[in-house]
Design a protein around this ligand. Structure first.
Ligand SMILES: [Zn+2]
Length: 618
């Protein structure tokens, strides 16, 4: 398969308050897609940022008694910090109020639409929700209130610039219904087609400077007006590529990123929430059509999260938003645990309900008991039975290269993906044991299943496909009982010894493949598994837990433990786990804390996330 060029974006949230777990969902989904494409050798650029120019930000700053600039700077930097908190891999982060690339790009886009005759002035009166930053028709309101916010809109009357949206209804319909602009899932595509069929009205593309409180990007050539914040925000997908660097109508070397990642990308993919679908699937493509620019190729739509059964609201004090601050959750439980809940639990369609208890239960079941226990058993057995020297059975090409990169703390990204030459000498690998067919099958099936699922934007199915390997490997451990083989070998049974080599070879291969397969989903855990299962000079490192259980004590304190359940009957080798096992330098976790666990979803966990006391209880 030839490498493709994929440009991926998240939406850029308003920064009137801090991030909540719903933002984390979108960021993590986009990150998984980016990492997946990097791993299979595609060329990828992942874009994120913040929408600073909203009137909401101005009002939030007034409420706090600080300047808009100060509020925006503070909250935008918290969003940017999620890159580290959630182990995201975005390549660029644009802030619409301060990035020098943004304003020239928005101005260029405006002028291009103006040149097409699609911007005109008109007096207007309408019902405006500041929360949504959009006008509503009376028929769209619910009992007179905004359908998103449940608050009454303001009656606004002024002269604005209007964008001639109605002109593009036919083209939009054709592009979307033919799939040239693909909207996933189909139910969302149908929703957009229905909206278009209902008739598109021109929309107001500017605000008076007074109503915008002077905050935002001025309309070129009209000092009385500020560009509508959504127009400005949607432009980020190309202004971040330095679209504004080239003079209008005359391409120039300054816009090389724009040419590379927008004009000449194979896929231009926007990941968006259902609430902003209309802006991305109707307004934005129409603006691009007017400006004569290429359209996105895909719009992938996710639904919303609730928290403890309630809508996540960032406006109410002490709200669900505060209780689901992704930075605090990642700090308490680790980025892996939060990412895994978002990926493994949130269905393809329909809203999902988040609680900390569910996050902990899922992390303990899958990451500590499932994968963590597997890796610990295999590496411990390798040490107790073979002094750490086990030759893995053959694995997909690229596994060794991935392990080396991950164990060095490098990303397994870029052209050195799984399709490249690898350094794996497959002919020297031991044969797969005949009874490991199901495990091999899971390993062989996972890559295609992940590709298919992610092509449908179905993260849960992709996660389940990878986890088949964990489940089959654990089943294989139980079925083969390598500790019995070791005992028989010690009693002089040579056949048992040969069988043990094969079994350990199969299990080690499975763990190594898992490190590579989970990387797009759980990059930090993948690095720890890679380090644990990487053969250094013919030997595996001393065993060390890759994901201890998360224990929540009755007082709410979170601790990590590697107590019973996280090891198996096989882990009886000297120094197998626990605080005493100080591994070589390549095993360190790069400064990231990760918690471990016990305790269940039934405990009272509905409180603000805490910093964990990560103490390992042997
Ligand atoms: Zn609203």
């Amino acid at each position: 398969m030839t490498a493709r060029r994929v440009y991926l974006s998240t939406t850029i949230p308003y920064v009137n308050s801090r991030a909540h777990v719903g933002h984390a969902l979108e960021l993590v989904q986009a990150d998984v897609l980016a990492r997946h494409h990097r791993r299979i050798g595609d060329e990828v650029r992942l874009q994120s940022g913040t929408d600073d120019n909203s009137l909401k930000n101005v009002l939030a700053a007034q409420a706090e008694g600080i300047s808009t600039r100060a509020l925006v700077n503070r909250n935008a930097s918290a969003f940017a910090g999620l890159r580290e908190d959630l182990s995201l891999s975005f390549d660029d982060f644009i802030r619409t109020s301060s990035d020098p690339r943004h304003r020239p790009g928005v101005e260029r886009l405006w002028r291009a639409c103006q040149a097409s005759g699609d911007l005109y002035r008109k007096s207007y009166e309408g019902l405006y929700c500041v929360g949504c930053e959009q006008f509503y028709a009376e028929s769209e309101l619910i009992a007179g209130n905004c359908p998103e916010h449940g608050t009454p809109p303001q009656l606004v009357s002024e002269e604005n610039w209007f964008f001639r949206l109605c002109r593009y209804a036919g083209q939009l319909h054709d592009l979307i219904s033919s799939g040239q602009l693909r909207i996933e899932p189909a139910s969302r595509r149908n929703e957009v087609l229905g909206f278009i069929a209902g008739g598109l009205e021109d929309f107001s593309a500017s605000r008076s400077v007074a109503r915008a409180r002077g905050w935002g990007i001025g309309v070129p050539g009209d000092a009385s007006q500020v560009i509508y914040v959504w127009w400005d925000a949607l432009g980020n997908y190309i202004t971040s590529l330095n679209f504004g660097a080239s003079r209008y109508g005359a391409p120039d070397p300054g816009d090389a990123d724009y040419q590379r990642w927008w004009v000449h990308a194979d896929r231009r993919v926007h990941v968006v929430g259902k609430g902003v679908l209309r802006f991305h699937a109707v307004y934005w493509p129409a603006i691009l059509l007017s400006a004569g620019l290429p359209l996105p190729t895909e719009i992938l739509v996710h639904d919303y999260l609730t928290a403890g059964g309630r809508k996540i609201s960032k406006s109410a004090a002490g709200s669900t938003a505060e209780a689901t601050d992704p930075a605090a959750l990642a700090s308490a439980y680790g980025a892996d645990a939060l990412r895994w809940w978002l990926l493994r639990e949130v269905p393809r369609t329909g809203d999902a309900d988040f609680t900390e208890g569910k996050l902990i239960a899922r992390a303990n079941e899958d990451l500590a008991n499932g994968l963590g226990n597997l890796v610990n058993r295999v590496v411990s057995l390798a040490h107790s039975c073979r002094n750490g020297a086990v030759r893995p059975c053959s694995r997909p090409p690229g596994t060794s290269r991935f392990l080396a990169a991950a164990a060095d703390g490098r990303d397994a990204r870029g052209p050195a993906g799984e399709n490249q030459g690898t350094g794996d000498d497959l002919s020297a690998a031991p044969e797969w044991p005949a009874d490991a067919g199901r495990l091999r099958g899971a390993i062989e099936a996972a890559p295609a299943a992940v590709r298919t699922a992610l092509a449908r934007f179905d993260f849960r199915s992709a996660a389940i496909a990878v986890w088949q390997i964990v489940e089959e490997a654990n089943r294989y451990v139980e079925a083969t009982a390598p500790w019995h083989l070791a005992r028989a070998e010690r009693a002089g049974d040579k056949g048992a010894g040969q069988r043990l080599d094969q079994v350990l070879g199969a299990l080690l291969a499975a763990c190594q493949v898992l490190a590579a397969e989970i990387w797009p989903f759980l990059p930090d855990l993948a690095a720890r598994v890679a380090a644990a299962c990487q053969d250094f000079g013919g030997r595996l490192p001393q065993p060390k837990p890759v994901f201890p259980r998360i224990d929540v004590l009755p007082d709410g304190e979170v601790t990590a433990s590697t107590g019973p359940g996280s090891t198996g009957p096989g882990s009886t080798g000297p120094g197998s786990t626990g605080p005493g096992s100080t591994g070589p330098a390549h095993e360190r976790e790069g400064g990231r804390q990760y918690p471990a666990v016990a305790g269940g979803p039934d405990q009272d966990l509905r409180r603000a996330p805490r910093r964990p006391k990560v103490s390992e209880v042997a």
